[in-house]
Design a protein around this ligand. Sequence first.
Ligand code: SAM
Length: 212
Amino acid sequence: MRLRNIPGADEAVLNSPYCIKNPSERKGSWQSVFLSEQPIHIEIGMGKGRFIMDMAAAHPDINYIGIERYSSVLLRALQKMELTPLINLKFICMDAAEVTEVFAAGEVSRIYLNFSDPWPKDRHAKRRLTSQSFLTRYDAILKKDGRLEFKTDNQDLFTFSLEEIPKAGWQLDAFTRDLHHDVVLNRGNIMTEYEEKFSSLGNPICKLIASR
Ligand code: SAM
């Protein structure tokens, strides 16, 4: 998803009450940005925000934080929030590589990765959000009983991710290569923008759940 250079996007993100500026200053005190103290779930690479907004509406007992690298993409979510504000949802515009500078140990209860960029070239493997180097970062911010949930239609990225999990010392709790026909894992599934697009083309959706 590359929607760069939307005039005014940086400024809109900077001025939005839904987007947290200087997020590293909130490290260890993320509960204070929400009205209620409740578990924090984050989505990394949230795109235009459909999944995390639907999740926040469906689960008012959870505080959600959506992370997106590009202001031009995040802008779409901010525009939707202006029409339908959700008190349990905030956004951060940043690179996921910085998550350990932004969240303290055990501050996050769940991490969602949805249709992450595949970075198909071997030399870019470390950039994949399910690579060992990212799993190590997630380990540093997740609660002891926290978990990671990952969905994609990219079979190669999914196979890579299944292999990275044990290498990083994580355990695989469940996985499927056909989520929409898996009665158990599909229960309560909320579709992302990419999930709807690719499943409508006939691509099976893969999902894994991992913990430490
Ligand atoms: N999760 C959405 C969905 O499933 O519809 C969007 C998927 S899109 C393919 C991947 C998104 O992740 C893009 O918006 C991209 O900018 C964002 N992204 C990729 N790498 C990132 C990173 N290192 N930090 C933050 N966001 C990232």
